[in-house]
Design a protein around this ligand. Structure first.
Ligand code: TYD
Ligand code: MG
Length: 478
């Protein structure tokens, strides 16, 4: 006898069971699933991130059809020498920098996630990449937008690029329709802008919800692998609201790229978070201009352009972004404080690091700098987390405090410890080479490295080793 047919079945009881299986709670940051609401996500430790959503009734990828009894063909296990390997096909994006971040171009049949804040330039970049692939590489490209109308796309396209070749646009948000179109058109490269606007019929939740974003991406993943199509998915990074972030997709895609930068500034940095076909250490630098995004092949030069000459508090240092050395200007300003508790403000470096460096100057050099307001700024909107900037920050603060300018042909790097000692840093050789390439004549650096470079023939460049910040102060006073 079936339950529904039984006279004794309690309809309320059945109702409770139904309610339990039709909705679940998901973390909108990382996609963690839970039967009940939780204040803090056990997966990613985010607070207040759980949202209730209907459970995916049928999954496009996970389940095989039970009703028809058809299961996918069974695969045989193979030995590693039985796997035929051909060199993977790569599509050049037309941007040397982007190709490098991808590990040598877009791999055919790969799924790439491009994340970033709204308005950072994701659509602009992918429109330019689409154009390059269609016009220069003679590929068939489909750009699917769920955010902008065809007219808006056309207006933007006409402003920034010369569209030619086989590049088609479509405004659609239904994944089933998109998949059908792709199977019909068989493009080589597809852009899905953005995954949060797409929805699949297999899930009843609203577009942008965790299960929709996941299921839609799973269908695109299968499509990419089965047809050998490269697919770029745009994902907005969202801080609030009920929209799922791109993080929940990171495990299923092949490559995760993030596009960052201050939206007020023009500099944009792209870095890889995950890459199945290359290293994640590379970055690409772009500049947003009125005519679209342009890649910056020599970022150090751009970062140093417009540097003040003969101003105290301005020094040049070299930080590493991935495997690439970047020269940048550090500006320090030390002024008399109007309050008992001096103000300290940082832009691009850690606030606590500044406090520590000021304490070191005060104690080890006997300068009463702690009473003053201090501001430190890294130009270009860069954020540097490595300690190799310490010495440069200290020298810029002292330079501003004593009002002594530091000559503009000096580059400074080195970590500073609590006793005021200057410590070695990684990649010293690359930093020195970058400084020489851009015409710096003097490099103030940890004594440890100078020993290694002394016997080398460095043309027109003097290495100035320092053991502690007292040595550095002497150099400045000279
Ligand atoms: P967009 O690519 O639409 O951002 P996303 O897709 O990441 O949300 O870029 C939007 C911003 O870029 C917008 O604020 C204006 C600026 N922009 C330019 O400065 N120059 C340009 O040529 C274009 C197309 C956009
Ligand atoms: Mg956009």
């Amino acid at each position: 006898m079936s339950i529904t047919g039984s006279a004794g079945a309690d309809p309320i009881f059945i109702g409770i069971i139904m309610a339990k299986i039709t909705s679940k709670f998901y973390c909108k940051e990382c996609g963690y699933e839970s039967a009940k609401w939780l204040g803090q996500c056990p997966g990613c430790r985010a607070w207040n991130s759980f949202v209730e959503e209907p459970v995916a009734s049928t999954s496009g990828t996970r389940s095989f059809s039970k009703s028809s009894g058809i299961r996918p063909a069974r695969q045989k296990p193979v030995r590693i020498d039985e796997i035929a390997l051909q060199k993977e096909d790569r599509l050049p994006t037309g941007f040397k920098e982007l190709d490098r971040v991808l590990g040598g171009g877009i791999v055919v049949g790969s799924l790439v996630l491009l994340g970033g804040d709204p308005g950072i330039g994701k659509s602009t970049l992918l429109l330019e990449v689409s154009r390059n692939l269609a016009a220069d590489a003679q590929k068939k490209v489909l750009y699917v937008s769920g955010e902008e109308s065809l007219k808006q796309i056309k207006m933007r396209a006409e402003r920034i690029v010369n569209i030619s070749g086989d590049l088609k646009f479509m405004t659609e948000t239904n994944i089933e329709n998109i998949v059908a179109t792709i199977q019909e058109e068989q493009p080589d490269f597809v852009v899905i802008d953005s995954i949060q606007t797409m929805y699949t019929e297999t899930v009843t939740a609203a577009p942008g919800s965790v299960s929709q974003v996941r299921e839609s991406s799973a269908q695109l993943l299968r499509l990419a692998k089965e047809n050998g199509i490269a697919v770029f998915i745009v994902g907005h990074v969202t801080k609030d609201g009920n929209v799922a972030g791109p993080k929940i997709l990171e495990h299923m895609v092949d490559v995760v790229l993030y596009f960052e930068g201050e939206s007020s500034g023009s500099l944009r940095i792209m870095h890889g978070q995950k890459n199945r076909f290359g290293s994640t250490n590379e970055i690409a630098v772009f500049e947003m201009e009125g005519s679209g995004l342009h890649e910056v092949l020599n970022p150090s030069e751009l970062l140093l352009s417009g540097r003040p000459v003969g101003a105290s508090g301005s020094v040049v240092s070299c930080g590493m972004e991935g495997t690439r050395p970047l020269l940048m200007e550090i500006q320090g300003l030390v002024v008399q404080s109007a309050f008992n508790l001096p103000r300290r403000t940082t832009n691009g470096i850690d606030y606590n690091r500044l406090n520590m460096l000021i304490a070191i100057i005060e104690r080890r050099l006997n300068l009463e700098i702690g009473k003053y307001d201090a501001y430190v700024n890294i130009t270009g909107g860069l954020r540097i987390a490595e300690p190799s900037m310490d010495l440069a920050i200290i020298m810029s603060l002292i330079s501003s405090y004593m009002n002594i300018e530091i000559s503009d042909d000096i580059m400074i790097f080195g970590e500073v410890g609590l006793s005021g000692e200057v410590r070695a840093v990684s990649n010293a050789e690359q930093r020195i080479e970058e400084a020489i390439r851009l015409g710096f004549n003097k490099i103030v650096m940890p004594a440890y490295h100078a020993k290694k470079f002394n016997d080398r023939n460095l043309k027109d460049c003097e290495l100035i080793p320092v053991r502690n910040i007292r040595d550095a102060l002497q150099i400045m006073k000279k």
